[in-house]
Design a protein around this ligand. Structure first.
Ligand code: COA
Length: 327
């Protein structure tokens, strides 16, 4: 099996900042409620740019940071719950924009765990020798599927994209990955329908909208249990403990979920990198945006061990133990 490492990162969020107070003009809410319940202060919302546009911006930064030629990329995987279209995939649209003619491209649907799943796919393709250089992206324009009349969900989400380049390597930078899913009651807990079944040969026309619905309390409970479990699982059979981890990069859903996970694991909340105050929950994009910020800000040194941990609709969950290999 080949070794794999991250050689570059990138991210992009739309310019338009929507603060909590701006939302109080649309629904019955206020800054105090949103801040204390979630930690979110503001989020970025697109003014028309779609998911492939955000993905392309993040991908170009990651390519530059990795100092590679787009023609070196032989796999593009985009984790997204809000693609531009059913067909073509967001990954194919990105491929065309960045000129990665040698890549095989597809999207995966794992909601907020999308980046961890995409990272896993890219890693396995490289490990088995199927490809050498993979571009993995988490990207969302959730603002187009959020119900802007539902105050219990619309205040939580934001738009953005993050990307990483994985490459075959001498050193082992992806030490272990843990993933799982639980499809029971999934759509009731957190869902967003696609188009209804409708054709000329049936009598019933199903009425349904395609907006996000969520049982906040159930997802909150799920998050508080699954984040510590994912961290424990990814450390199993590894010669390091959670205390040896420099940073945990969690899915940026809710500060209270992260605080609860820190408590359960008996570690300081400061070990968790947080930027949800600035972006809200950007689903599949939240982990790679955070990772790119940390990379740009020089928080990561070669040899540092970090854990990425995601959870979300599906239900899906996963974590990756990474040794940082960029100098
Ligand atoms: N502003 C003001 N009040 C709001 C509100 C808002 N944006 N949203 C809901 N409320 C109200 C509710 O109507 C309810 O009022 P009531 O008591 O009069 O009925 C009250 O606040 C409490 O609502 P509740 O749903 O019990 O709040 P909560 O403490 O569970 O917090 C969430 C709600 C959504 C913040 C919380 O459940 C959560 O974060 N869940 C996880 C969501 C998540 O992270 N999803 C993505 C995972 S990938």
């Amino acid at each position: 099996m080949n070794n794999v490492k991250i050689i570059g990162t990138g991210s992009y969020a739309p310019d338009r900042i929507i603060k909590n107070i701006d939302l109080s003009k649309i629904v019955d809410t206020n800054d105090e409620w949103i801040s204390t319940r979630t930690g979110i202060k503001e989020r970025r919302i697109t003014e028309g740019e779609n998911t492939s546009f955000l993905s392309t911006k993040a991908a170009l930064q990651a390519i530059k940071n990795a100092d590679i030629d787009p023609l070196d990329i032989d796999l593009i995987v985009v984790g997204t719950a809000s693609p531009d279209s059913f067909i073509p995939s967001t990954a194919c649209l990105v491929q065309a924009e960045i000129g990665a003619e040698n890549a095989t491209c597809f999207d995966i649907s794992a909601a907020c765990t999308g980046f961890v799943y995409a990272l896993n796919i890219g890693t396995q393709f490289i490990k088995t020798g199927q490809c050498k250089t993979a571009l993995v992206i988490g990207a969302e324009v959730l603002s187009k599927i959020v119900d802007w009349s539902d105050r219990s969900t619309c205040v939580l989400f934001g738009d953005g994209a993050g990307a990483a380049i994985l490459q075959k390597s001498e050193d082992n930078g992806i030490l272990s990955i843990y993933t799982g899913s639980d499809g029971r009651n999934a759509a009731k807990l957190l869902g967003c329908s696609a188009v209804p079944v409708n054709n000329p040969f049936i009598n019933t026309i199903n009425e349904q909208n395609s907006l996000v619905t969520m049982s906040g309390k159930d997802i909150f409970r799920f998050g508080t249990k699954i984040v510590p479990k994912c961290i424990e699982e990814v450390l199993k059979n590894q010669d390091c403990k959670v205390q040896d981890i420099k940073y945990i990069v969690p899915h940026q859903a809710n500060m209270r979920i992260i605080d609860s996970a820190a408590k359960r694991l008996d570690i300081d909340s400061n070990k968790f990198y947080i930027n949800l105050d600035k972006y809200g929950n950007t689903s599949a994009a939240s982990i790679p945006i955070a990772l790119d910020e940390m990379n740009k800000d020089g928080l990561l040194k070669k040899g540092d061990k970090i854990i990425l941990v995601g959870f979300g609709g599906g239900l899906t969950f996963g974590s990756a133990l990474i040794e940082w290999m960029i100098n």
